[in-house]
Design a binder for this molecule. Structure first.
Ligand SMILES: [Zn+2]
Length: 381
């Protein structure tokens, strides 16, 4: 089936050659974009979606999310907003609830969250494990994640479970747990941080995972300027995520690598922490992505538009930079060239905004601006 999206007032392609087009139209066929051009020259198609002069953007690519979990941590958020610091220890609360939940309960929660994402214009989402922390519970989390996305990430090394020895647990995450999870995962990730996994432990898990055929990403430098970013670059990870506390050497390493700096401002918002310095990274030449880090503890938002608004207001990104980071940047962080931009041959994933320009995503924060979503060539909303 072909679809004509006509009367596009502003088409933000996130494609470096195409840029921003006006009075444009897009034609999709099946799950691909097959034509982009002036509205007046648009060919016919089986179906027609009239954008009515509104802005159209690529579907958002949320390259960092934790959607297989159970439980609620609003009380912890409430305490934090009353002055308690964020330490990452609350992950264990979610681990207990997740282990106790049925497969169907976990599935229903992931379905609810991916439904929220799609309704808000996100058409690709990555999903990590990391709230099971046993061989069986991590493998189960990834089996369920794989029902919702091809971008599944083994995060057995999310935190050391209560009562476990850190080195023994690291060995488990490099051995039997990895063996059970690798068939269901595309990526491996480690929370490299004081209080979670140190540089040596993170290196062990990442190298074992690479040997098992998984590509790499790292939770790096969220709370302290630790070794995570340089480890991610050294091991050729697709992405170093958070990048909140960076030394000059970290920025240089990112700028001279293919590793994307994925910034997650929802986490700083929800933990009332200083935001990462996106301007410093961009000006140094590093590739930047934006993602939600959707998780029940430190960033319980499914809204990429909210993250774009935070990036513009708090991280000194321009609206165009923030939107590019939330689309093409996320695609790069997932090493995908078929998503995150509007170009011929790319997947037919687009969002129609109830606004005349992409600037409104940051200019009208908190406002539901996504009027229609095209996913795999189908108008799903
Ligand atoms: Zn995360």
């Amino acid at each position: 089936m072909s679809l004509l999206i006509a009367n596009i007032g502003e088409l933000f392609t996130a494609d470096t050659e195409l840029g921003v087009l006006h009075d444009a139209a897009v034609v999709t066929d099946d799950d691909r974009i097959v034509w982009i051009g002036p509205n007046s020259q648009a060919p016919q198609a089986d179906e027609r979606l009239d954008a009515g002069g509104r802005a159209v953007v690529p579907g958002f690519v949320d390259s960092h999310a934790h959607l297989v979990f159970s439980g609620d941590r609003s009380a912890e958020f409430d305490a934090r907003m009353s002055g308690e610091p964020y330490t990452g220890g609350g992950i264990r609360t979610t681990v207990a609830a997740t282990r106790a939940a049925s497969d169907d309960a976990l599935r229903a929660n992931a379905a609810r969250l991916t439904g929220e994402m799609l309704a808000q214009g996100t058409t690709t989402w990555e999903i990590k494990s990391g709230y099971g922390l046993t061989v069986a519970d991590e493998a189960r989390s990834l089996r369920i994640a794989a029902e919702f996305t091809a971008e599944t990430t083994y995060l057995g090394a999310h935190t050391v479970p209560a009562g476990a020895d850190p080195d023994e647990y690291t060995a488990l995450a490099c051995g039997p747990m990895l063996d059970a999870c690798a068939p269901h995962a595309k990526w491996a990730d480690v929370f490299c941080e004081r209080g979670a996994f140190d540089g040596d432990q993170a290196r062990a898990v990442l190298t074992a995972s690479a040997d098992a055929g998984l590509a790499l990403r790292v939770h790096a430098n969220q709370l302290t300027a630790g070794p995570g970013v340089r480890l991610a670059v050294e091991l050729g990870a697709a992405s170093a995520d958070h990048c909140t506390h960076l030394t000059d050497a970290d920025v240089d390493a990112l700028a001279n690598s293919a590793t994307v700096a994925t910034l997650l401002p929802g986490a700083e918002f929800s933990t009332r922490s200083p935001y990462p310095d996106a301007r410093r990274l961009i000006d140094a030449g590093a590739a930047v992505a934006l993602a939600t880090d959707c998780n029940p503890g430190s960033s319980f938002t499914s809204s990429m538009a909210f993250c774009i608004a935070l990036a513009v207001r708090e991280m000194r990104m321009t609206p165009a930079e923030a939107l590019a980071a939330a689309t093409a940047g996320g695609a790069k962080a997932l090493r995908r060239s078929d998503i995150g931009r509007v170009s011929v041959g790319a997947r037919a994933d687009l969002a129609v905004l109830d606004a005349p320009s992409h600037v409104h995503l940051a200019y009208r924060p908190g406002t539901p601006l996504v009027k229609a979503v095209v996913h795999d060539g189908d108008v799903v909303r």
